[in-house]
Design a protein around this ligand. Sequence first.
Ligand SMILES: *Cc1c(COP(=O)(O)O)cnc(C)c1O
Length: 417
Amino acid sequence: MTGEPLREHVVRQYSDHVNPYLAKLMQFAGFGVEVEAEGMYLTDQNGDRYLDFLGGYGVFSLGHRPRSVIDAVRDQLEKQTLSGKTFFNPVMAEAAARLAEITPAGLEYTFFSNSGAEAVEAALKFAKAATKRTGIVSTMGGYHGKTIGALSATGREKFRAPFEPLMPGVSFVPFGDESAMASAITDETAAVIVETVQGEGGVHVAPEGYLRAIRSRCDETGSLMIVDEVQTGFGRTGAMFGCDHEGVRPDIMTLAKALGGGVMPIGATLGTAEVWEKVFSVNPLAHTSTFGGNPLACAAAIASINAVQDQALPANAAARGNQLMSALLEKTAHLDLVAEVRGQGLLVGVEFNQDEVGELVIAQMVKRGVIAAYTLNNPRVIRMEPPLIVSEQEIEKASDVFAEAVQETSEILAAFA
Ligand SMILES: *Cc1c(COP(=O)(O)O)cnc(C)c1O
């Protein structure tokens, strides 16, 4: 089955067996069925190709189906798939050693899981066990996942309200406000959890000095600093990790999305020797995961880290990100719907000065063959997070399409005004 019959069939299955409300939303945005993907492009049921400027919200930093990661996973598939969990797992050991090499000094140990939310769950547990405290300070608009623990630290009322009460002891401060953060961190605080750029929250970059200020306040109070780099990790912001921009060393770091190279799901929680000693010395099995650290996912992680380094993707993200932001600004300067363009590296947000505009612009972009991200919770902001392998020409193309989409949207709105 291909073409329209395939689309109808899949939409019906979504409506009958997956999530009818989501199906309606996706249809409204004009999304088709993903059938194949390669490099910068997704192919739909009609064989039409789309330039992917969403990149799976940061998963596809290496593009779709990167050859070296596929080969590494295929080789591993022929040796061993999941871990037996009794003998030493050499692939996991190698992945942990590689992570220790590329992350800020002091982050020496890794616990592997299968997703971003799981990485955050482990981070929160480790912080509590290591400090014997219960307070967690998080930020409004912060996104850390939707399992109960991670949701407890996620600063979005809309996601939290239906599931309360959540984990107690979590307080929220405005993102970027140093003094609010300093007063929220006390000697009862186990940890602060913070992103270096709020992605889901609408692309807000931490102001200069913010992460350093959190670091020093944590040192004063004996609290731990958790940096959630699930989305910003592996070059996305133009440095290998978001916290590298400020030379800040967290006590705990969470990673996922791009770590599996867009081929395997994997999450990682890194920590210092002090944290590990307090969590695992009494009980080496204090935190475990059946699938976490499996050889297939770890083979993908090793190959991905190599690819990010070999292709100097952090530097490409910095250069292409600057190009994208200036192109978006320049090409929409005459269009008053655009309120602001902001971002860091290839994590870029465009804020419009009216609600509803975001989804209309996304639909117009899809019509013209470019995919970008829109969040229901932030209807004024769309996000662009292309694979870090994106070329100069592809940035030009996507920014042209964006400008056309905004132009068309303002004409549509004017017709209804
Ligand atoms: C996506 C994301 C998560 C959650 O990851 P999942 O794999 O969806 O559970 C957590 N933190 C940040 C910063 C994220 O962007």
